[in-house]
Design a protein around this ligand. Structure first.
Ligand code: RET
Length: 233
């Protein structure tokens, strides 16, 4: 059951990586967005292949599984998705040291969120598990704060077209990212309200939306913002 989901994940992610690259813009300034978004499902395909073979799958004493490959995937893919949004907020702003500061801050918080989530999944003692879960949620709130407050203000300064593209992308990203802590909470790593196959299939659908659907949506918003920007210039 899980193996079918993992092989479907591998197939969708590898084909999507090629499709995002093939259809994405190769012209500056959007070419780096194409490369970033094509890299994300490529990494995910690798993780799904590992999970299909049971590589990195740890079964705990309570019988629940932690898919370490998934957390390694997220450790790399979530910073790439965030980097693409930070670059959009700083679009063609010229050389500014600020971009490095925001990238560092958001990536540190994001990686902390994933690793503390992994610890929470591995720990079985409830109080300790929920302490790490809350720590992960605190880091998640830090990521959302940076995206919605300072970075959104910077994107708005770039004019209506880019500001609205940033707004659409950040809204889509926030909604889909919120589902991850919820599925963790109700799944076998948390309260065990839903079983392992249900959480594997739910995360497969969420991963396809967060990585693939989002890539096409974000590229589309960026391209139409750039066209608008040029028309007005
Ligand atoms: C965990 C568990 C603990 C609490 C929180 C979590 C958040 C995870 C998120 C993952 C996003 C993954 C994506 C992957 C696809 O590209 C680690 C589940 C807050 C937000 C978008």
């Amino acid at each position: 059951m899980d193996q079918t989901a993992f092989m479907i994940g591998f197939t969708i992610m590898s084909l999507a990586s090629l499709a995002i690259y093939a259809t994405g813009s190769k012209a500056t300034p959007s070419q780096h967005h194409t490369l970033l978004h094509a890299a994300v499902p490529f990494i995910a395909a690798t993780a799904y292949l590992a999970m299909a073979f049971g590589i990195g799958t740890l079964v705990k004493l309570d019988g629940s599984a932690t898919y370490v490959a998934r957390y390694i995937d997220w450790t790399f893919t979530t910073p790439i998705l965030l980097a693409s949004l930070v670059l959009l907020a700083f679009h063609e702003r010229g050389k500014t040291g600020e971009v490095g500061g925001y990238l560092t801050a958001i990536i540190v918080l994001d990686v902390l969120m994933i690793e503390t989530g992994l610890i929470s999944s591995l720990v079985e003692a409830p109080i300790v598990k929920w302490m790490w879960y809350l720590w992960s949620c605190a880091a998640f709130l830090g990521v959302l704060y940076l995206l919605w407050v300072p970075l959104r203000a910077l994107a708005m300064q770039r004019g209506d077209a880019l500001g609205s593209a940033y707004g659409k992308n950040v809204t889509f990203l926030t909604v889909i990212w919120f589902l991850y802590p919820i599925v963790f909470l109700i799944g076998p790593e948390g309260l065990k309200i839903i079983n392992d196959p249900a959480s594997v299939w739910a995360i497969l659908v969420m991963d396809v939306v967060a990585k693939v659907v989002y890539a096409f949506y974000a590229a589309n918003n960026l391209e139409s913002a750039l066209r608008d920007h040029e028309r007005r210039a």
